[in-house]
Ligand binder design. Structure first.
Ligand SMILES: Nc1nc2c(c(=O)[nH]1)N[C@H]1C(S)=C(S)[C@@H](COP(=O)(O)OP(=O)(O)OC[C@H]3O[C@@H](n4cnc5c(=O)[nH]c(N)nc54)[C@H](O)[C@@H]3O)O[C@H]1N2
Ligand SMILES: Nc1nc2c(c(=O)[nH]1)N[C@H]1C(S)=C(S)[C@@H](COP(=O)(O)OP(=O)(O)OC[C@H]3O[C@@H](n4cnc5c(=O)[nH]c(N)nc54)[C@H](O)[C@@H]3O)O[C@H]1N2
Ligand code: SF4
Ligand SMILES: [Mo]
Length: 660
């Protein structure tokens, strides 16, 4: 039979949103690969992208709705599942009010069609939802104070830079297509600096790697600002025209002498000075910030301190410049039914996402009667999971929608299978980096009558009698969502289906010097920040230190082979902890056995590996391991950042010993 090639897009929570092609034969996907016609991802995809095929036909994939009966699971029909969930939601609404339902969701699948979860709960009347986040919220809010929004340069513009600083990002693991641009930039002779407490493989593409003590990036940036001011390398014309609060900032940074900054950051004075001068003098200079450096109690301010460097040197709004953190160029043109549904919220309650466990323990009036989990695996990915699990387990009724029986699903009362990207029609874009939106066609029908989330929530809405819930097909829903995009740029869905679209003239954000802040300028001094209870100036808040009992810092960044917990489904070994020889020896560890890592929150058994790329007094374990191996978040603490209620998940202090 003829083979058919179907264009789809990787929906993972990733920077790249790669264009892909599925080869379909006899109703089966036999191959997935990158689409060489995608102007940005050009046919290159990572191993995780290729594993969509493996996940699609994996023997352990969930195929039927399941209901817990004591210690066993029984298969139920979709009708039964909808009846049971529907009756429960009706009862809760009647007896306790809709906010007794908590909807927990994340970005486990990035297609627009699955944003109907949110829409459903809005029509239901509004439920308990999260504030802040586990991912990037400190930096997002920090940049909102400074710029008014989160915009990134088109990555091809990085090739116009003479200096690039990669600050706390590890594109070798996390951001495949940035690596290509960096490789090209390096060939052209661009000076590339990497700042990271770990010498990651990204360092191989950098001209230099600078070790920094975790959580001290704010101090480094302020120290650099002081040098730049002292050496008269500021762009005074830019400051006068476009920057608010320079004089107050200048006064504040005067205290950040090289000597002091060396003490805080562990970077020698010569290096700090050279870095500052290179950044300011070898213009245009571009900074690419990752999400690692904001997972701390001072994370939002650390990002603001770095933004300030761009403003005082006039590296904003110019070719080859920018302080790139996120890229929300598409999302501002996506609205439609989900936004409309917000008008139907009668009651809503919020809790800080990081503190799910604490919230469940303490919430009153109403207490939580139902947790509904979509596109996420919180009992692996939130900090302090022992506490969270205990509180989660006590809730009367829990529903989880997932593709696999995750550690979160295992604690549910009803588990619903979801479709794969290869079984959905969808629109996909990333707000992190790639400036493209693309259409993803349905390659095959789901097995065993699995109904996707789009259809499931529609049927549930009917069951609940939510009359205003939009009675439209998935294609219509998608088209309405991007109506603002189509109107503004005079394109049709059909054109998007047959090509890839990015916003024209959005290659250099803030080029016109008009910022979306209250003053219309870049705000070094933000009254909005002050009104929200934080410092108006970018400030260095001292990093936390491990005490006597727990002297080592545990970093748990993202690994190359898995998207968070998703690809650890295939793995059951114990996690590997990486540490340098000095830390290994000073803790009297033995190479032959396993080690025990303890924090205030819990214990984890791991296999040690000596790795000189890890900084002193640091343990590094990749996040994502399931409970069967040992999850890192048994060790982490549920504390939040200064700005944006970000999980300060790398503020985790431990001790390590041989495991007998
Ligand atoms: N393969 C893969 N790709 C992914 C993901 C994945 O799980 N796997 N996840 C996706 C998601 S959701 C996200 S949020 C992104 C994250 O993308 P990245 O930001 O690139 O990755 P992280 O692992 O969060 O951290 C980046 C780096 O920050 C460093 N770091 C930690 N603390 C500090 C510090 O105090 N200062 C400095 N300067 N550096 C520090 C870490 O050592 C790490 O190398 O990746 C996305 N892409
Ligand atoms: N210690 C530590 N913890 C961290 C981090 C860290 O750096 N260190 N990083 C944090 C970050 S940046 C993030 S973004 C969060 C991520 O947290 P999560 O988003 O909770 O992490 P994932 O493991 O990607 O879980 C997504 C789940 O969605 C499921 N899924 C896939 N497709 C679909 C679908 O179509 N429908 C439904 N309903 N489900 C689907 C997947 O099978 C998977 O179980 O983790 C955070 N946790
Ligand atoms: S996970 Fe990211 S890099 Fe890999 S295929 Fe998907 S979008 Fe591309
Ligand atoms: Mo993330």
């Amino acid at each position: 039979m003829n083979k058919e090639m179907i264009k789809f897009t990787c929906p993972m929570d990733c920077f790249d949103a790669c264009g892909m092609i599925a080869t379909v034969q006899n109703g089966k996907v036999i191959k997935v690969e990158g689409d060489p016609a995608h102007p940005f991802t050009k046919g290159y995809v990572c191993e995780k992208g290729k594993r969509h095929l493996e996940r699609l036909y994996h023997p352990e994939r969930l195929r039927k709705p399941k209901k817990r009966m004591g210690d066993i699971w029984i298969d139920i029909s979709w009708e039964e599942a909808i009846d049971e969930i529907g009756n429960k939601l009706l009862e809760i609404k009647r007896e306790y009010g809709t906010t007794a339902v908590l909807h927990y969701s994340d970005a486990g699948y990035g297609g627009l069609s699955k944003s109907v979860d949110k829409m459903f709960f809005n029509y239901y009347g509004g439920v308990t939802v999260s504030r802040g986040g586990l991912c990037w919220s400190a930096g997002i809010q920090g940049q909102k104070y400074d710029f008014g929004d989160n915009q990134g340069h088109h990555p091809k513009d990085h090739l116009n830079a003479k200096t690039i600083i990669i600050w706390g990002r590890n594109p070798y693991n996390t951001n495949l297509h940035l690596m290509e641009y960096l490789a090209q930039a390096k060939k052209q002779g661009t000076h590339i600096v990497l700042i990271d407490p770990i010498r990651t493989k990204t360092a191989n593409i950098a001209s230099e790697h600078i070790y920094i003590k975790p959580s001290t990036d704010g101090a480094l940036a302020l120290g650099m600002a002081r040098v730049i001011i002292e050496e008269s390398l500021v762009d005074q014309r830019y400051i006068d025209q476009y920057v608010k609060g320079y004089e107050a900032f200048k006064d504040y940074v005067a205290d950040f002498t090289l000597e002091r900054v060396e003490k805080i950051t562990g970077i020698d004075q010569e290096t700090i000075k050279r870095l500052a001068i290179t950044y300011a003098a070898n213009k245009p200079s571009c900074i690419i910030i990752g999400y690692g450096l904001q997972r701390y109690i001072n994370g939002g301010n650390n990002v603001r301190c770095i933004d300030a460097l761009g403003a005082i040197t006039g590296n904003i709004g110019i070719q080859g410049g920018g302080v790139n953190y996120a890229n929300k160029s598409i999302s501002r043109y996506v609205k439609g039914e989900v936004v409309k549904s917000e008008g139907f919220i009668k009651n809503q309650r919020t809790y800080s996402k990081t503190k799910l466990g604490e919230f469940l323990e303490s919430v009153q009036e109403p207490t939580i009667k139902c947790i509904f989990v979509t596109k996420s695996n919180p009992l692996v990915q939130v900090p302090n999971i022992s506490r969270t699990m205990e509180a989660f387990a006590k809730v009367d009724f829990k529903v989880v929608v997932d593709m696999f029986m995750t550690d979160t699903a295992k604690l549910a009362d009803i588990v619903l299978p979801c479709t794969s990207i290869l079984e959905e029609e969808d629109l996909i874009y990333s707000s992190m980096f790639s400036p493209y939106i693309s259409y993803s066609a349905k390659a095959v029908a789901p097995p065993d009558g699995i109904i996707g989330e789009y259809e499931f929530f529609r049927r549930l809405a009917i069951k609940l009698g939510l009359e205003e819930y939009p009675d439209i097909g998935q294609g219509e829903f998608l088209e309405r969502a991007i109506q603002p995009l189509m109107n503004t740029f005079e394109i049709t869905l059909d054109q998007i289906k047959h090509s890839y679209f990015s916003i024209p003239k959005r290659e250099i954000p803030w080029e016109d010097g008009k910022f979306e802040t209250p003053s219309g300028k870049f705000e070094l001094y933000s009254e909005m920040a002050m009104a929200e209870g934080t410092s108006p100036l970018p400030t260095y808040i001292p990093a936390l230190e491990g005490g006597r009992e727990f002297p080592l810092r545990l970093l748990t960044p993202h690994c190359k082979k898995s998207l968070h917990s998703q690809h650890f489904v295939f793995i059951s070994e114990v996690p590997v902890v990486y540490l340098n020889k000095k830390t290994f020896v000073s803790n009297h560890l033995e190479m032959s056995g396993l080690v025990k890592i303890e924090s205030k929150q819990g214990i984890l058994i791991a296999k040690p590996e000596i790795d000189e790329s890890v900084g002193d007094e640091i343990l590094m374990i990749y996040e994502g391991w399931w409970h069967k191996s040992g999850s890192v978040n048994f060790l982490t603490e549920d504390i939040i950042s200064d700005i944006g209620e970000q999980a300060a998940i790398y503020d985790c202090f431990c001790k390590i010993s041989n495991h007998k």
